[in-house]
Design a protein around this ligand. Sequence first.
Ligand SMILES: *Cc1c(COP(=O)(O)O)cnc(C)c1O
Length: 373
Amino acid sequence: MKEEASGSRSSQVLVTRSSMPPFEEYSEMIRKLWESHWLTNMGELHQQLEHALKAYLGTPELTLFINGHMALESVLRALKLSGEVITTPFSFASTTHAIVQNGLTPVFADIRPEDYTIDPEKIEVLITEKTSAILPVHVYGNICKVKEIQAIADRHGLKVIYDAAHAFGEWLNGESVASFGDASMFSFHATKVFHTIEGGAVAYQDHTLEHALNGLKNFGIMDEETVELVGGNGKMNEFQAAMGLCNLRHIKEEIAKREKLYRRYQENLSGHPGIRLCSEQPGLIRSYSYMPVAFDGSYKTRDQVAAELQAQHIHPRKYFYPCINAYQCYRDRFSPEATPVAQKISMEILTLPLYADLSLEAVDRICRIILQP
Ligand SMILES: *Cc1c(COP(=O)(O)O)cnc(C)c1O
């Protein structure tokens, strides 16, 4: 995509583009599979990746899955939750679907206008005797109010599971994002900062969860003659693990490139009335997974900006729009009016293109279109 760097009008700029390791690195890594014929079921590369990710994420325990969604569904199951789970409507479909697929009831708390994470002040009033857990999301890599959330959970004896799909490898004041709550889910989907094509993991502190997580991802089969749990099939295969091991070698450069682009967007767009960027979080080491920008309509509306960019073959995303509590499949049960901040942000938010090999020129061009009256 050389044309893209030069800003040719005919080229397309998508919101994201999967990063690829050098082809030879990947082919070298998978060559062994032609010798071993061991393609899935916790093979050697799977073990290596689990080990490497524990080190990278700074977590004592980590279990890989075929994708982030199965990881989330499985950890909710492994924690033996019941009744209601308090969560945010401002996320990807997976977060709430994982609750519902477990036969649990999602209860939506509104979000903070500063960083779009769940508002701790809106949580406590929603707690009933049926509540068993809180499932917040570190949306766009903005870390939730983890201390306040944990204090509420401790007061009421609730589990906390973070959807950390946007926060791979982040650290807040010297603490790994993987260390918050009872467990955190990471997604390694092709569009994420770190990917295994499709993939995901649960990071956690309590070693005893490992048994259930390993069982749940393999039909509950514990050994040749023991099927202990009603599980599904959530195993990561060796080709995915190989992609992960290769991508992990380059993750630092990947994030550094994204940071440059993110800062350029900030320089170009900050201080303009009607254009709002996420507030900085002191002490946070980011992985720059997304570039969200909110347009409140006083300058241009979100839909106007999206249309202007699209006319120039640039494809941002209205991510997250609609809110989960406005989905067709949940229409009979929930209403977005119950979470007015999330509803408003979902109308204002646009995520701009951000991926490692996007050029600074492309960022400047995108910003020129946005800033052009
Ligand atoms: C990507 C994502 C997921 C789901 O992960 P998959 O690996 O695609 O299954 C869940 N929650 C959020 C917030 C995500 O962005």
